[in-house]
Write a protein that binds this ligand. Structure first.
Ligand code: 0WD
Length: 256
């Protein structure tokens, strides 16, 4: 009864139980996907192993992958290819910026901080798509996670907003390149959710309060809602959709 029975799906970017990637993993698992996990820090691996054991999810494979390191990507996808063979889906749920750049004025962004945010948060999708492409021999779906700060100026989001704009443009260019192989590329634009990464953004509580007050649904969203929407974009239910940014934000983005 699973929409993803027999499908091998990679989930990248789970740091702990609050991670959006974890909500996504649970939604994919509920539809019968065979899950492959990548993590960066050893600490995340330990948390992930514990979460998987507690939830009774038996992963196909768990591999280390630092997306800012080409050799690490090559090694990770080499192992995935060797052990899983074909890959049907990839979930890119990671981003990084120096905390010092996520406050004050964007005009003060350093060259180093700009490049770090772009490399970890936007180029990483390009590098991952390139590495996954030869494994996606049956076609499939790649989904990344973005935020409204790509489209609008949101206080303190600064360098990450510009990185997310590059990420969303990359979704469109990658969708065109990979469409001829039957591979779709889309993004989910989630509303604010309290996670480790969100801790880096100053004034995060105010953002959540504003959404609760102004969003059509008068509430914030959670990891399970982003998980289900991402599952939809990974699954064949979304087979006619590519190059799209799907907002899962209680409707906040339509309000002026
Ligand atoms: O409000 C939010 N939390 C929103 C998050 C709203 C809208 C979008 N997003 C996005 C984030 O920008 C990100 O793209 O969702 C994605 C996931 O974010 P999250 O779930 O909020 O963040 P978190 O729980 O901190 O997990 C992010 C993971 C961490 O794992 P590790 O193992 O490194 O602790 O992404 C990881 C990050 O460190 N990550 C990397 N993984 C591999 N290579 C890298 C890297 N270079 N950089 C960061």
């Amino acid at each position: 009864s699973g929409l993803l029975n027999g499908q091998n799906v990679i989930v990248m970017g789970i740091a702990n139980e609050r991670s959006i990637g974890w909500g996504i993993a649970k939604s994919l698992h509920a539809q019968g996907a065979r899950l492959i996990f990548t993590y960066r820090k050893e600490r995340s691996y330990e948390k992930l192993a514990k979460l998987l054991a507690e939830s009774g999810i038996d992963p196909l494979l768990t591999v280390q992958c630092d997306v800012s390191d080409d050799a690490s990507i090559e090694a990770a996808f080499g192992r995935i290819g060797a052990e899983a063979g074909v890959v049907h889906g990839v979930v890119h749920s990671l981003a990084f910026a120096d905390k010092d750049e996520l406050g004050g004025e964007y005009v003060d962004t350093s060259r180093e901080g700009y490049l770090l945010a772009q490399e970890s948060s936007a180029f990483s999708l390009v590098a991952v798509a390139k590495a996954a492409k030869p494994l996606m021999t049956a076609g499939g779906s790649i989904v990344t996670q973005t935020y409204l700060g790509a489209e609008r100026v949101m206080r303190n989001y600064n360098v990450m907003g510009v990185a997310k704009a590059a990420l969303e443009a990359s979704v469109r260019y990658l969708a065109e390149d990979l469409g001829k192989y039957g591979i779709r590329v889309n993004a989910v634009s989630a509303g604010p959710i309290r996670t480790l990464a969100a801790k880096g953004v100053s004034g995060f509580n105010d953002i959540m309060n504003t959404v609760e007050e102004k969003a059509p649904l008068r509430r914030n969203v959670d990891q399970s809602e982003v998980g289900d929407a991402t599952m939809f974009l990974i699954s064949g239910l979304s087979r006619g959709i590519t190059g799209e940014v799907l907002h899962v934000d209680a409707g906040f983005h339509i309000i002026a």
